[in-house]
Design a binder for this molecule. Structure first.
Ligand code: ZN
Length: 109
């Protein structure tokens, strides 16, 4: 796979990184603004920019903060894509619950 995606810092919108995989976003420390930030897929940024150009009537787009707008754009962009393109989460937010049917502990040997 030689295809690459760029991801842009949602804090400064000024720094982009390139990765060889396609996911909705990364979470990493931005070397430009120094903040630990979400880096959004280029498709999300494109969606954000098109929403800025023509705000949707369904909600008060102009009242949203930039970060909220970007999260909306991310959801919309993801819906457009095949879900398979976005099944990899690259951040560390996996909050684990206890798995059902865990293997039995302390079984006799
Ligand atoms: Zn940044």
């Amino acid at each position: 796979m030689s295809r690459t995606r760029s991801y842009r810092c949602l804090n400064c919108l000024d720094h982009a990184v390139t990765r060889s995989f396609d996911t909705s976003h990364l979470s990493m420390t931005c070397p430009n603004c120094g903040s630990f930030e979400r880096f959004a897929n280029e498709a999300v940024i494109e969606r954000f920019e098109s929403l800025e150009a023509s705000p949707p009537a369904e909600f008060d787009w102009e009242r949203l903060e930039r970060r909220e707008k970007l999260l909306v754009a991310e959801r919309l962009a993801r819906r457009d894509k095949a879900l398979d393109d976005f099944d990899v989460a690259v951040d560390e937010e996996a909050a684990g619950g206890p798995a059902e049917g865990a293997d039995p502990k302390a079984s006799d040997a």
